[in-house]
Design a protein around this ligand. Sequence first.
Ligand code: 2BA
Length: 102
Amino acid sequence: MKLIFAIVNNDDSRKVMDELNANGFSVTRLCSTGGFLKSGNTTLLVGVDEDRVDQVLQIIQRKSRSRKQVKSSEKSVVPGANEVVVGGATVFVTDVERFEKV
Ligand code: 2BA
């Protein structure tokens, strides 16, 4: 089994979760904060069998858009100088040693 951590934009999280649920995946949503922009994002936890990992990644990719966001703590007179490209999604796939529902 694998545990997928997917960090997505708050605005995409509903669409990603709905599509995962519609395809039979269980999802846990955590409110998180990006260390660089210090703004809210969403971390989704999805536990899946190894042979379904790619299906989860495809759904996340399809439902997550990349965006330009401004690092608001920095002032600049040059338009766009503080912009960074965020996402679609940042995904970590980890091994699960044991999974129990007790
Ligand atoms: P943040 O840390 O708020 O980063 C937002 C965006 O700022 C990043 O987008 C990247 O384009 C830029 N950025 C981040 N750190 C930077 C730095 N030291 N110098 C210059 N630009 C930097 P993404 O790469 O798409 O990441 C989106 C969010 O995913 C991040 O929000 C963070 O919450 C998470 N994330 C990304 N990579 C991670 C990693 N290796 N470990 C843990 N979380 C990660």
